[in-house]
Design a protein around this ligand. Structure first.
Ligand code: COS
Length: 379
């Protein structure tokens, strides 16, 4: 049976996120984009209303919301600002390896504190010289008695440094490939752990992106998720899930692009009538609507598969790649509809394009999504 009806609870979550976006995100989005600063007050308010770290299961003190819930909320938040949404989304990304690879005791130990005060998690896989070939990581973990000692540098880490906990992927043998990888939970205050903010990003400037440096950082063996050699697979299983909220955010950006374009096209006149009366503009609007509708469907389908515990890696890759490209096109066309005004900061559409460009890159480039999809076709 197929049913696209949202439950009453999901409708309430959607309304909550929509109101939150209108009240707390839209009014400050441009300012924090310009300042290149993470608006911590939004994290605090999201915590207050129950929109932060929503995937933490009930046994660890959280709401235990599902992936479809996360996508419904994510579309609304990203409508207001993709960068601010990334702050919250990246925290769910940081939580997910603990859900995928952690024991119930570890989930309680690491995640319950995140339910007690406004706090973020982070996920540290990419490195300065290594992104798509994730198994070839250079950050090392050496066992010394009952402790892991971590050395190396991670790059492009959302919430990096401000997160209370960071899941760090490291290798115990650089020649050992994915079978020598390990996933370790590192607390923010671990001695030897430092970070540097990456500045002058093109977009998503309200989200903090950092380089993380590990110099003989020690964590107890109990902070290891899964077994020795499981690190890479935990990362892959995590990304198979967390690419879906990237797709949902992209749909939110595309919806904003359409709504801004509709508003402008009805009010701007050319040749004696609103530009919305011209088929050249109408077709752009129609194309945006077609992309949003199809994008939301693939996203919700992938989310549903995650929630059902069914295989979802290919569908999440399709949703992530399709939606991020659809949203980039929608933002680009929104600028075209706005003409010169779209190219300057006075209208929000140029920010949509800058922000959503990253959706084609992070959580695996869209080329990597096509690797995942085509490998499954050819298997
Ligand atoms: N779930 C579970 N296991 C998986 C998996 C998945 N999605 N993908 C691969 N594996 C397993 C394989 O089954 C294989 O296991 P065995 O050796 O036991 O048979 C192992 O992991 C290695 O798989 P594979 O050889 O396919 O890995 P590759 O090195 O070829 O890498 C890609 C596969 C390219 C898909 C992977 O490196 C990737 O996703 N890269 C992008 C990383 C990324 O998204 N970075 C963004 C960081 S977050 S901003």
């Amino acid at each position: 049976m197929i049913d696209f009806t949202l439950t009453d609870e999901q409708k309430q979550l959607q309304q909550l996120a929509r109101d939150f976006t209108r009240k707390e995100i839209i009014p400050i989005a441009a300012e924090y984009d310009q300042k290149e600063e993470l608006p911590w007050q939004v994290v605090e308010k999201a915590f207050e209303v129950g929109l932060l770290n929503i995937a933490i299961p009930e046994h660890a003190g959280g709401l235990g919301l599902g992936m479809l819930d996360e996508c419904i909320i994510g579309e609304e938040l990203a409508y207001g600002c993709m960068g601010i949404y990334t702050v919250l989304m990246a925290s769910e990304l940081g939580i997910t390896p603990i859900l995928v690879g952690g024991t119930e005791e570890q989930q309680k130990r690491f995640l319950t504190p995140l339910t007690e005060k406004p706090s973020l998690a982070a996920f540290a896989l990419s490195e300065p010289n290594n992104g798509s070939d994730a198994a070839a990581m250079g950050t090392t973990a050496v066992l010394d008695g009952d402790e892991w000692v971590i050395n190396g540098t991670k790059m492009w880490i959302s919430n990096g440094g401000v997160a209370d906990i960071t899941v760090v992927f490291a290798t115990t043998d650089r020649q050992g490939g994915h079978r020598a990888t390990v996933a370790l939970v590192v607390p923010k205050d671990a001695p030897g752990f430092s970070w540097n903010k990456i500045k002058h990003k093109m977009g998503q400037r309200a989200s903090l992106t950092s380089e993380l440096v590990f110099e003989n950082v020690r964590v107890p063996k109990e902070n290891q998720l899964g077994g020795l050699g499981d690190g890479f697979k935990i990362a892959m299983k995590t990304l198979d899930k967390t690419r879906v909220p990237v797709a949902a955010g992209s749909v939110g950006v595309a919806r904003r692009a359409l709504e801004e374009s509709l508003k402008y096209a009805k009010q701007r006149e050319a040749f004696g009538k609103p530009i919305a009366d011209f088929q050249a503009i109408q077709f752009k609007l129609a194309n945006m609507a077609m992309g949003i509708e199809t994008g939301r469907l693939v996203t919700w389908k992938a989310a549903w598969l995650v929630d059902q515990g069914l295989p979802h890696g290919v569908e999440s890759a399709i949703a992530k790649a399709y939606c991020s490209e659809m949203a980039f096109d929608a933002a680009n066309e929104a600028i075209q509809v706005h003409g010169g005004y779209g190219y300057v900061g006075e209208y929000p559409v140029e920010k949509l394009l800058r922000d959503v460009k990253l959706n084609q890159i992070y959580e695996g480039t869209n080329e990597i999504q096509r690797v995942v999809i085509s490998r499954s076709l050819l298997r």
